[in-house]
Design a protein around this ligand. Structure first.
Ligand code: FAD
Length: 445
């Protein structure tokens, strides 16, 4: 049977694409290489605890792309619990992460003189988004070199950058920090919309529209799956797509480890950098060269199940550590939904950006955690590790982010490597909205 569209991959971007297409009366086949749908937005049980693949805060839930897609296509929506504050932990302090200029001035974890410089730097960066965008391409490190900052503050900046871009401040472009943090999205330089974002510096709470889905991050996936029109969508699991068939510059279907399937439209949500190995007709050489500039970063997540609730995690929100050892971002997910841990116990997820030697990284991650939180080690009854690539393209200086419209007619690309806005699930959702826009322009939706 010929499908109207084949979606490669059943992560959040593949599922959202399949949902939008099928709600527009297209017959869709979703092909997933893994045993489960959800990709990185999956949750599963470990010794009575329910862990996600990395701790998740879902951003832009007031007016962002996921909400647009849920409003239009979901039959049921997950329940979202406000994330509340981001915090910064040090040996002697636990402070709210600053967002507005006033909060930066009050942020007593950093020296007072540096805070003033940081406020000047943020204001300058935001002013650049209103005028000349070219300066936003410089690295955070180079941009900050105009300001006099202590070692401590530079260390803090170096800890934050990998959580927003996956890379150090030397490799992170300034625009990424602004978009990753939500200060700026969908930059139209000089636009009125941009100006209104600029005013957030005075009044905005960075986490005001961020949430965690009740039941775990796969509550979003489950709602999307439930909303798929059953008579129009088939899903095949454990079937890696190995080739994408192209004739005369137009996509014709895909081949898998088991079979081949015909369609004039393929939506691919795997790594775009792998496309040259899959497309059995030549992609433009300059495009193939561009794809080689896609960079990725790995994350190590450590999930700790605690025998009882500890005072260190008696809060809603999440925390960053940047003192000795490796920087982490941690979230006590069972505070958002007690069902994620056995009764009276607590579940906390820690995320680290890592290099390649996983064994060493595990040890230094645990050393960092128990140095930052010396009292929790004796409470730990479950330790679980995950290694994953959180976003398929790390936005770096001289990196490449492909468009959802590929050079091959009928072949569309979705996922976190095809959009520069925001992060994670929000970034994936932006890519799906963009992709749908291209399909409409092409007259296929
Ligand atoms: C530690 C960590 C922390 C995170 N924190 C957050 C957060 O706070 N907020 C947030 O929004 N996001 C967060 N994320 C990221 C977020 O989960 C992902 O960016 C998002 O789920 C990616 O969706 P995707 O559809 O683009 O890709 P994926 O989830 O990777 O889905 C792609 C799917 O395609 C399948 N596939 C690939 N190639 C093939 C093939 N050839 N044939 C068939 N199937 C194929 C894969 O198996 C996979 O299921 C985090 C991730 C990690 C690891």
């Amino acid at each position: 049977m010929k499908y109207d569209a084949i979606v490669v991959g059943a992560g959040i971007s593949g599922l959202l694409s399949a949902l939008a297409l099928s709600k527009n009366r297209k017959r869709v086949l979703i092909i997933e290489k893994g045993r489960h749908i959800g990709g990185l937005a999956r949750s599963y049980d470990v010794e009575g605890y329910k862990v996600d693949i990395g701790p998740h805060a879902i951003t832009a839930l007031e007016d962002g792309p996921l909400v647009k897609l849920m409003d239009e296509y979901f039959d049921i929506v997950p329940q979202f619990i406000p994330h509340e504050k981001y915090h910064v932990r040090t040996h002697d302090k636990f402070s709210d992460f600053p967002y507005t200029l006033k909060e930066w001035m009050m942020f007593d974890i950093l020296p007072r003189r540096d805070r003033l410089s940081l406020v000047q730097a943020i204001t300058k960066a935001m002013a650049l988004t209103l005028t000349d965008g070219s300066n936003l391409k410089i690295s955070v490190h180079d941009f900050m070199s105009d300001f006099t900052l202590s070692e401590k503050t530079l260390k803090f900046i170096d800890a934050i950058c990998p959580f927003l871009s996956g890379r150090s401040s030397k490799e992170t472009p300034l625009w990424r920090i602004l978009r990753g943090s939500g200060y700026v999205e969908e930059t139209k330089l000089g636009s009125r919309e941009q100006f209104s974002r600029f005013t957030r510096l005075a009044r905005h709470d960075g986490a005001h529209n961020q949430c965690y889905p009740r039941g775990g991050v796969d509550a979003i996936v489950k709602s999307a799956e439930y909303s798929l029109p059953k008579n129009l969508v088939d899903i095949r699991l454990e079937e890696p797509v190995t080739s994408i068939h192209v004739e005369d510059g137009h996509v014709k279907g895909v081949g898998t480890s088991k079979d081949s399937y015909d369609s004039d439209m393929v939506v691919y949500s795997g790594y775009v950098k792998d496309l040259p190995n899959m497309v059995d007709s030549a992609l433009p050489p300059e495009y193939v060269e561009d794809l080689k500039r896609i960079k990725q970063t790995k994350a190590l997540s450590v999930w700790l199940g605690l025998k009882s609730k500890v005072k260190e995690f008696d809060y809603m929100g999440s925390e960053i550590w940047f003192e000795e050892g490796k920087p982490y971002w941690a979230m006590p997910t069972s505070n958002f939904d007690s069902q994620l841990a056995p009764k009276g116990k607590q579940l906390v997820g820690f995320a680290f950006v890592i290099e390649d030697d996983i064994k060493k990284e595990r040890k230094s991650a645990l050393d960092t955690i128990y140095n930052a939180l010396p009292n929790i080690e004796k409470q730990v009854e479950m330790e679980h590790f995950q290694v994953a690539v959180p976003e398929k393209a790390t936005p770096v200086i001289d990196g490449f982010i492909p468009s959802p419209k590929s050079p091959i007619n009928g072949l569309y690309l979705v996922g976190t490597d095809t959009n520069t806005n925001s992060m994670g699930i929000t970034r994936a959702s932006y890519s799906v909205l963009d992709c749908l826009k291209f399909m409409r322009e092409d007259g296929v939706l």
